[in-house]
Design a protein around this ligand. Structure first.
Ligand code: PLP
Length: 389
């Protein structure tokens, strides 16, 4: 008889982490593999952040801290949200978490009841449905495709609302599509929320700084200040400051929910690593030049990959405006995304992620958080593979 709980039985391991691991294993065997599968910056964490952390370690910042987060970091986050995002935020609206992922986990655990429904615009970041299920709630996928430029269809949102609908997820810039919501689109979604007072919104803004120069990132809570009690923002240091392994993110929102999320965290993971938080403080207080430099490099890579992909047959895609992914559709009959990605790995040694992981079995996710040389190499391999069809 299985020892696994009913709750755990439904959990799927993260397919992106799995593909990256498989590509690494093949490389270790000596195979010539090009991986455009990772969901993380290929840069090192900026040195001043590392230095501040080393100093904190030397200064003995090695003990337990408050579950809510280092007070100085909570303050710095509140200030960043207020100054940069134009969302007035106080310290008690902030919870420091072990990555943006735990911010989402904690939020869902404290606002969702069993049977509640969560509206998830599709394609989605792959952890949303899993974290929803872990809270006993039901993911309701709202489809969109390359044909409609991955726009969120408000009519479709309306059609899927029931008395159990509790939460809507927004992720702009998006993983996996790279799409960025316009101010007008956010206003339309705000009106939707005004029509449905029971529905809360989670705005995942972890890619806010990684955006094309011709785009503007708007914090959802800024667009609809009258809804501030119902809007929860997820963010973190992983993508903008190349700090994936540090595991620092944050949740902001109304103080009542944040307080409960702090209580949950105090009974699960306690505080985020004390000295790592000192590094995050340095990141927020320091110059943003490093972030802009990395964002500029992603912008150049984005142009490179979109220009190259345009010339490849059997694919169509929406040019991304943010994050570091492209999500092309494979225009071939009778091949699902897992088979295609397996073929890519076996035939041309290219590691990419099947779209099914993000709710779209026609697509593949290509990450351009890689050097120009690797992007060129990867696209050449994809081209070779598709030329054979
Ligand atoms: N949200 C999105 C859309 C992501 O792509 C990721 C990471 O891939 C996260 C949240 C979580 O980031 P982390 O937990 O590393 O801060």
């Amino acid at each position: 008889k299985s020892q696994i709980s009913i709750r755990a039985l439904s959990i799927k391991p993260s397919l992106t982490l799995e593909i990256s691991a498989k590509a690494k294993a093949l490389k270790a065997e000596g195979k010539n593999i090009c991986s455009l599968s990772a969901g993380e910056p290929d840069f090192d964490t900026p040195e001043f952040i590392v230095d501040a952390t080393l100093k904190a370690l030397k200064d003995g910042k090695t003990r337990y801290g408050p579950a809510a987060g280092d007070p100085e970091l909570r303050e710095a986050i509140a200030q960043k949200q207020s100054d940069i995002n134009k969302v007035p935020t106080k310290t008690d609206n902030v919870l420091v978490t072990n990555g943006g992922k735990q911010a989402i986990y904690n939020l869902f655990q404290v606002v969702l009841n069993p049977g509640d429904e969560v509206l998830i615009p599709t394609p989605y970041w792959l952890s949303y449905p899993e974290i929803t299920l872990l809270a006993g709630a039901k993911p309701i996928k709202i489809k969109s495709s390359t044909k409609d430029k991955f726009k969120i269809d408000i009519n479709s949102l309306e059609e899927h609302v029931t008395e159990k609908t509790r939460l809507l997820i927004i992720n702009s810039p998006s993983n996996p599509t790279g799409c960025v919501l316009t101010e007008q689109e956010m206003k339309t979604i705000s009106d939707f929320l005004r029509r449905h007072p029971r529905i809360l919104l989670m705005s995942d803004e972890i890619y806010e700084f990684l955006i094309s120069p011709n785009q503007v990132h708007h914090s959802f809570a800024k667009i609809a200040p009258d809804l501030k009690n119902r809007i929860f923002t997820v963010n973190g240091f992983a993508k903008a400051w190349a700090m994936t392994g540090w595991r620092i993110g944050y949740l902001t929102g109304n103080a009542e929910v944040i307080k409960k999320a702090i209580a949950l965290q105090s009974q699960s993971t306690s505080n985020v690593c004390s000295f790592a938080q000192k590094g995050a403080i340095a990141a927020l207080q320091g110059s943003k030049d490093c972030v802009h430099e990395m964002a500029n490099i992603y912008n150049k890579r984005r142009l490179l990959i979109t220009e190259r992909l345009k010339k490849i047959k059997h694919i169509s895609f929406v040019p991304p405006n943010g994050a570091f992914y492209v999500f092309p559709e494979i225009n071939l009959e009778e091949i699902d995304s897992i088979s295609f990605c397996k073929l890519a790995l076996e035939k041309v040694g290219l590691a990419i992620v099947p779209g099914i992981a993000f709710g779209d079995d026609k697509c593949i996710r290509i990450s351009y958080a890689a050097s120009n040389k690797m992007i060129e190499d990867g696209v050449n391999r994809l081209e070779r593979l598709l030329n054979d069809f």
